[in-house]
Design a binder for this molecule. Structure first.
Ligand SMILES: [Zn+2]
Length: 136
């Protein structure tokens, strides 16, 4: 019997919804603190630098560098069996926040820590767009 597993997808919450809506529109929005000027990611109800609740969403370019990565040759979960090898990455945006993502459009041998990256908006369903990164 062929069992088709549905991949888990993000479920926006009131706090994270602006981030996901931005991706669906083809832009990256992250939180910026009106009190200390710090950038905040992942989305939260308060600033991770000064605990202020005065955060606003700002659009950023998505220019990033590769902070670290690993290549998984075994599925990390049954849902991802069709995606191996996965190029799992932690990328650092120009604003200094880091996010976990996957690299696309790059050969394994060309991946280097510190390489410049650009965002790729991957529409995986009618409602969800995932943020991936490719060489700049
Ligand atoms: Zn702050």
């Amino acid at each position: 019997m062929d069992v088709q597993l549905e991949k888990p997808l993000p479920l926006p919450t009131p706090v994270t919804r602006p981030f996901w809506e931005g991706l669906a529109e083809g832009c990256i929005r992250i939180q910026h603190c009106l009190d200390c000027g710090g950038w905040v990611f992942y989305p939260r109800s308060h600033c991770s630098h000064c605990l202020s609740e005065r955060l606003e969403w700002r659009e950023v370019s998505g220019a990033a560098t590769l902070y670290t990565f690993t290549i998984t040759r075994q599925p990390t979960a049954p849902f991802f069996a069709d995606e191996v090898p996965q190029r799992l990455a932690v990328v650092e945006l120009a604003e200094g926040v880091r996010m976990t993502s996957t690299l696309v459009n790059v050969a394994d041998a060309d991946i280097r820590v510190g390489m410049r990256l650009r965002p790729v908006f991957d529409r995986v369903s009618a409602d969800v767009t995932m943020l991936r990164f490719a060489p700049a």
